[in-house]
Design a protein around this ligand. Structure first.
Ligand SMILES: [Zn+2]
Length: 456
């Protein structure tokens, strides 16, 4: 009897992904040295930056040396590109070697320009390829990409990643697509955002197609942070596993493996460090802080835009640098959150994700779609703050409002004793608004919805 041999790819780049910590650290340091040298010779910005800070680039040799360098931010990039500057001073190759150029969405001001060489494309694609393979995708999979193409890097480089693995891509570019795509092409995976995939599941149910019984085996979510509860509900709706990715124009592309215990950072291609702006210092593993990123180039490589010690304004913590159950040795980080979605009330920080967690309590989902928006207002009394939470009801009349409120408050105040105390004292009020279908403000605003807005 001849046994059928089924080839399953376990790793995209086994040698690199399973490298011992010692070898990986040596590789990283070799690339730090090369990248710093490349920056000082090819990036007009860094040429001046090293001189102005009195740093000799050849002295930057290790991970620790990198931590001594000043930190730059998105603001720095904007200051060194038109209209603030006559040229794009972060561009670090000749125009003839720029394959594509991209812009960040520009939600916080002028879009930042990014220049990519073909080598940059290959490295971005490799990061996605590793992530797809670690999630169990392989030859024969058909994946609908709902992330937008255009000036974004993610969807484009994901598509290139698929070519390396033998995945078929259905490049729809948005999450509102007719169900015939599911019925006719029988995709095995979808890349999209949590809320778009929830809306798609509702749309399919309305058309009498049960998402759980569809061809979809895996979902990949990214583009925004989410609560574990909303992920769990999405997984339940689709009857399959949901994997997280953290990608950005700057080139992070971290992905969750089948172990689901955090996102692997492709440490040989991007160096992530965690920084506490209040302490003005880097933190230990396990402590929360801002993600500071450094591009890593292989020796001899060229990059169109590279960044050293770049503050992403996203927050996370390193979970582990030990070998994962999946076999990978690259470190794992927590699901990053956006610093711009963190707000302070009564000396207590809370993130949009904390609000989302309160909404997505499982019992609430008998009454809610999961869509929500929240606003912070100053109250009439001095020092009073109001949080108004609007939730979309499946049926406004049948919604058990008391249960939804109680579930929300119980979850929201967990680990926030000070906030709970000012709530009890009446200085922090939470008002609930139970909206009908499509009745939230965010439906009337174009672009990525802002789900927690500070109107104080
Ligand atoms: Zn893993």
């Amino acid at each position: 009897m001849i046994l059928e041999v089924v080839s399953v790819i376990v790793f995209f780049n086994e040698k690199i992904e399973t490298m011992s910590r010692g070898d990986l650290d040596s590789l990283i340091e070799e690339r730090i040295r090369y990248t710093v040298k490349y920056a000082s010779e090819n990036s007009p910005f860094y040429k001046k930056w090293f001189k102005e800070h009195g740093i000799n680039p050849s002295d930057v040799r290790t991970h620790e040396d990198l931590r001594e360098l000043p930190i730059i931010s998105g603001k720095t990039i904007r200051e060194y590109q038109p209209p603030e500057s006559t040229d794009f001073q972060f561009r670090s190759v000749d125009w003839r070697e720029v394959f594509t150029l991209h812009e960040t969405s520009g939600t916080s001001g002028t879009p930042k320009a990014f220049f990519l060489t073909w080598q940059d494309w290959e490295r971005y694609a490799e990061k996605y390829a590793r992530s797809f393979v670690s999630q169990g995708f392989g030859p024969g999979d058909r994946v609908v990409v709902c992330a937008s193409y255009g000036m974004n890097i993610g969807a484009n480089t994901m598509t290139l990643a698929a070519r390396e693995i033998g995945i078929t891509i259905i490049p729809i570019g948005k999450c509102t697509f007719p169900s015939r795509v599911i019925k006719n092409y029988k995709p095995t995976g979808i890349v999209g955002s949590v809320f778009k995939l929830l809306a798609l599941a509702r749309q399919m149910k309305n058309e009498n197609i049960l998402p759980q019984e569809s061809s979809i085996r895996r979902l990949v979510v990214g583009g925004e942070s989410f609560a574990d509860e909303s992920r769990a509900y999405l997984a339940e709706m689709w009857g399959c596993q949901v994997y997280n990715t953290y990608g950005s124009t700057e080139g992070t592309m971290c992905g969750e493996c089948t172990d689901l215990g955090g996102l692997h950072v492709p440490e040989d291609l991007v160096h992530l460090d965690i920084y506490d702006p209040a302490l003005k210092n880097f933190v230990r593993d396990g402590d929360c802080g801002r993600i500071v990123l450094t591009t890593l180039l292989p020796v001899g490589g060229k990059s169109g835009t590279l960044l050293l010690n770049y503050d992403t304004e996203d927050t996370t913590a390193v979970i582990t640098r030990k070998r994962c159950a999946c076999g990978r040795t690259h470190m794992k980080i927590m699901n990053p959150q956006r610093e711009s979605e963190t707000f302070w009330v009564a000396e207590t920080p809370f993130n949009r994700v904390d609000v989302e967690r309160g909404v997505f309590q499982r019992e609430n989902m008998e009454y809610l779609t999961g869509e929500y928006e929240a606003f912070l207002y100053g109250g009439d009394d001095e020092g009073e703050t109001i949080l108004r939470v609007s939730v979309e009801c499946l049926d406004r009349d049948k919604c058990d409002r008391k249960a939804v409120e109680e579930n929300f408050l119980r979850t929201f105040f967990r680990y926030k004793p000070l906030l709970e105390q000012v709530h009890a004292e009446g200085m922090f009020k939470i008002i609930f608004n139970f909206a009908g279908l499509r009745d939230l403000e965010l439906y009337r605003i174009k672009g990525r919805p802002k789900r927690l807005v500070d109107r104080r």
